[in-house]
Design a protein around this ligand. Structure first.
Ligand SMILES: Cc1ncc(COP(=O)(O)O)c(C=O)c1O
Length: 373
């Protein structure tokens, strides 16, 4: 079974490696870890003493872990438009900066690992005193056409380690703005029972998953899959309710040293290239963004014309578990009419073809067509 979910083998858990994740990330004058991105964002809002009622600019298709900390700290969300390829609409952003007062942050998401251009946004925001938060959760180790790693440019860039690596927790914040490096001293960590439980549920999930992906689709697989889903749901339920900034776990720190990053990157790169060269059925298109070999995607984004749910169910019976950004990504403002039509379209029709582990290519185009209609 090929799945987008990370998995952890015992060798990586118990090894005694000496790999350094920072050799693969952009250099930054300061950084800090938390147990999750949502916890770290909350710590930043608190440390900068941002008053309630201040504003943050977000794209309309956004993860719960991004929007929640701002809302919980009573900040007002101003949604900006994205273009059909999900790059930020600069004209719309410039207009909002002119008309809205009290904007303190803008979040730019490198969706699926495709690097966004940040130079003009940095320029606009510097002139208006707005901090640029670069969301690299999908784009760890991804580079743009010039070879620049994502996470090199924003005032603060952040990564959610478990979204890419086989670790149970971890948010990493790189601080590039020299006026903000003091934040590393300011983060107030609060240990909670929920925070520790979260680590153990996710760790168990990662171990079960490494075993599950070795199974073919069968009744037994479905049983194991149900069990791992239960573990993940419990982990995510706790994560949703524990957004106090906590220190990253010792287990994660240990696993980070045992990950062979060169191999992880090379495998994903090879899989991405293979998928882009595989024949696709008539009702599946690749997402419109042009792929460059420097881009390290967290899955190959595909658009389906037809019933996504039944198609993905079909792929699962063929041994391929794809990802959708749906449940915890549904924050489109009510009453916005057609304003976010491109984002809405992608929300409903896009899925990510998994790129980790051993690759199973999609079944024959005819087979896919028959199921997808
Ligand atoms: C793009 C993106 N940003 C931020 C987050 C939040 O990260 P965390 O779960 O570590 O709080 C997520 C989580 O799904 C995400 O996908």
């Amino acid at each position: 079974m090929q799945s987008y979910k990370r998995r952890l083998d015992t060798k990586t858990l118990f090894g005694k490696g000496n790999h350094d994740i920072f050799s693969y990330l952009p250099a930054a004058p300061a950084h800090f870890f938390t147990n999750s991105v949502r916890g770290g964002l909350k710590a930043i809002i608190e440390s900068l003493k941002i008053p309630p009622g201040s504003k943050v600019m977000l794209p309309a298709w956004v993860a719960e872990g991004i929007i929640d900390p701002f809302r919980k700290k009573k900040m007002e969300v101003v949604f900006y438009n994205s273009l059909p390829d999900l790059s930020p609409d600069l004209e719309n952003i410039a207009g909002l900066i002119k008309t809205e007062s009290g904007i303190r942050f803008i979040v730019i998401i490198h969706y699926f690992g495709f690097p966004q251009r940040l130079d003009e946004i940095m320029h606009l925001c510097r002139a208006s005193g707005i901090l640029v938060l670069e969301d690299c959760v999908h784009s760890m180790f991804s580079r743009n056409e010039d070879g620049l790693l994502t996470g090199s440019t924003g005032d603060i860039a952040f990564f959610s380690l478990p979204k890419i690596l086989p670790v149970p927790d971890g948010g990493l914040f790189l601080i590039h703005n020299p006026e903000l490096t003091y934040l590393t001293e300011k983060v107030k960590y609060r240990r909670t029972l929920a925070g520790s439980l979260l680590v153990y549920f996710h760790l168990l999930f990662l171990l079960v998953k490494s075993w599950e992906v070795k199974l073919g689709y069968s009744i037994f697989y479905r049983f194991v899959n149900l069990f791992s889903k239960g573990l993940y749901t419990t982990y995510y339920f706790i994560l949703q309710r524990s957004f106090q900034p906590q220190p990253v776990s010792e287990i994660t720190k240990k696993i980070l040293k045992n990950i062979d990053y060169d191999q992880l990157i090379a495998t994903r790169r090879r899989n991405i290239e293979k998928i882009y060269h595989a024949p696709m059925p008539g009702n599946i298109d690749f997402f419109s963004r042009k792929f460059h070999p420097n881009n390290l995607l967290n899955g190959v984004p595909c658009i389906i014309r037809g019933n996504r749910k039944s198609y993905l169910r079909h792929l699962k019976t063929r041994g391929i578990e794809c990802q959708v950004y749906e449940k915890s990504w549904d924050f489109f403002p009510a009453g916005a009419g057609n304003r976010f039509a491109p984002e809405h379209f992608l929300f409903n029709n896009l899925f990510l073809f998994p790129v980790i582990g051993e690759l199973t290519l999609p079944p024959s185009p005819e087979g896919i067509n028959a199921q997808a209609n």
